[in-house]
Design a protein around this ligand. Structure first.
Ligand SMILES: *Cc1c(COP(=O)(O)O)cnc(C)c1O
Length: 466
């Protein structure tokens, strides 16, 4: 189509639009540069529509468009979502949500200055590690503790400090990839130690380790397989035996525990997840774990163990490269205090979600269904399983009650409907299984219940018009 030159000529200039009260308002709110850019985009879009046969939009139309562009552009790119997937430690959705107290601590410590590296009693430089060390010692029974940016860093740093240029013995069954490119053999190579694999994928005995000892051996490493299970004809070596062998030969034993579960997981219907405190009691010299998996705190790496090993780790040059930030440290200290006060299952979101009674979940799902019915929407509840996720407790599930919407009830395809829920200003992440859209109340924060119902009603009723 030939563009109507008259219509194109009627388009105002950028300056004309900027001079209007709305234009001035955009400048005040977003800056002149951003306002000019958005107005240019708005004009360019109008030119395209005119070329396609539309007539010139009014000034207000052009300005509303520009404002719309600016508002969309200024939305934070990283923002909150509602997790209705039932995967509690959802790596893609930010892993562990932190507690109110942890959030408050971040705010208090980072809005102004803090004693991050300042010893107030002597008025001199202090260490950032003092803020959590005593708590970690108390909670795990270790002699000493130090923290890093994440557990991958904790493992790399510990191996670099304790085994560089020497041999590290590990079972073949533990040469795992955790995800996100963290492969145990690569991390070992990166830390400058040589990997000595022993045993087989499914069975490794203490004698395998003993046979591999040389003058060059620095430590025996155990890695929690985290995200997979080897079942059937299996045998792994208890940490106590590894520790005995290591210590009889003047060596160290280290474990990458992955999740860092401080509570007794069996109490919540899960299999036993080894705890740092158990490992310390079994004689492990160094135990590393994450801050944001089952610990339920911020992203961090925690290293607990023997005082002299921790001191070597603290002195290593990599320590500076992987050091923990003040916001993380504030959130971590607040999270550890929940454990100290015995209130983890009521205050730490991850544990609250694990410990929530099944009837509570069922009643929330039923409530969602009832609310939807009030709007003429037919949904039903369905038994299902929530998972722990985050490479913790693989294969472990918790029985739950889901809200289910059949394909028949949804005006679009289920995929399209799930996409619409995802593209909302406050996205809702769901899952689809066997032609049913499922929402698990377990991972939805209770204060988000009404929002979920309203969103479903909104999308279902507007979706009907499409
Ligand atoms: C998750 C995990 C890591 C990595 O921890 P991050 O805190 O994500 O860096 C390392 N080792 C094991 C065994 C894990 O499960």
């Amino acid at each position: 189509m030939i563009p109507d030159q008259n219509q194109l000529r009627r388009l105002p200039s950028v300056d004309e639009l900027l001079q209007t009260p709305t234009g001035q308002h955009l400048v005040a709110q977003f800056s002149r540069d951003l306002a000019v850019r958005a107005i240019r985009t708005s004009l360019a879009q109008a030119r395209i529509s005119i070329s396609a046969g539309a007539s010139c939009p009014p000034l207000t139309g052009l300005l509303v468009k520009a404002e719309d562009i600016l508002e969309k552009e200024q939305q934070p790119h990283l923002h909150s979502v509602i997790n209705a997937t039932g995967v509690i430690i959802n790596t893609n959705l930010g892993r562990a949500p932190i507690s109110q107290e942890a959030l408050q601590a971040v705010q208090t410590v980072s809005h102004g200055y803090s004693n991050l590296e300042y010893d107030l009693t002597i008025g001199e430089r202090g260490s950032r590690h003092t803020h959590t060390e005593a708590l970690l010692r108390e909670l795990t029974g270790a002699e000493a503790a130090i923290v890093t940016n994440n557990n991958a860093a904790a493992v790399l740093l510990s191996l670099s400090a304790l085994a560089h240029g020497r041999e590290v013995i590990i079972s073949r069954g533990q040469l795992v990839e955790i995800g996100g490119g963290f492969r145990v053999p690569d991390v070992m190579r990166q830390s400058g130690c040589s990997l000595v694999e022993v045993g087989t994928t499914n069975r490794t005995r203490i004698q395998d380790y003993a046979n591999a000892l040389t003058e060059q051996t620095a430590l025996l490493l155990s890695v929690h397989p985290s995200n997979f299970l080897i079942t059937g004809f299996t045998e792994s070596t208890p940490l106590r035996e590894l520790a005995e062998l290591a210590h009889n030969n003047g060596l160290l034993v280290m474990e990458d525990l992955g999740s860092g579960c401080l509570l007794n997981s069996e109490q919540y219907g899960l299999t036993h997840e080894p705890t740092p405190q158990e490992r310390i009691a079994e004689g492990t010299d160094i135990v590393c774990f994450s801050g944001d998996k089952l610990l339920g705190g911020p992203q961090a790496g925690i290293i607990v163990g023997k005082a002299d090993s921790i001191a070597s780790i603290g002195r290593h040059p990599l320590m500076r490269a992987v050091r923990i930030d003040k916001m993380t440290l504030a959130a971590l200290e607040a999270t550890l205090r929940h454990y100290q006060r015995g209130e983890a299952t009521t205050h730490i979101p991850v544990w609250r979600m694990i410990a929530i009674p099944p009837e509570k979940i069922a009643s929330r799902a039923t409530h969602w269904v009832t609310e939807l019915q009030k709007h003429g929407i037919n949904a039903h509840t369905q038994h299902g399983m929530s998972t722990i996720g985050g490479g913790s407790l693989p294969g472990e599930t918790l029985p739950t009650t889901l809200l289910a919407l059949d394909a028949m009830r949804v005006p679009l395809s289920l995929d399209e409907f799930a996409t619409r829920l995802r593209l909302r200003p406050h996205p809702i992440i769901t899952r689809i299984s066997r032609d049913v859209l499922l929402l698990d109340p377990r991972t939805v924060l209770e204060e988000q219940d009404d929002e979920v119902v309203l969103a479903l009603v909104g999308e279902l009723l507007t979706g009907a018009n499409h």
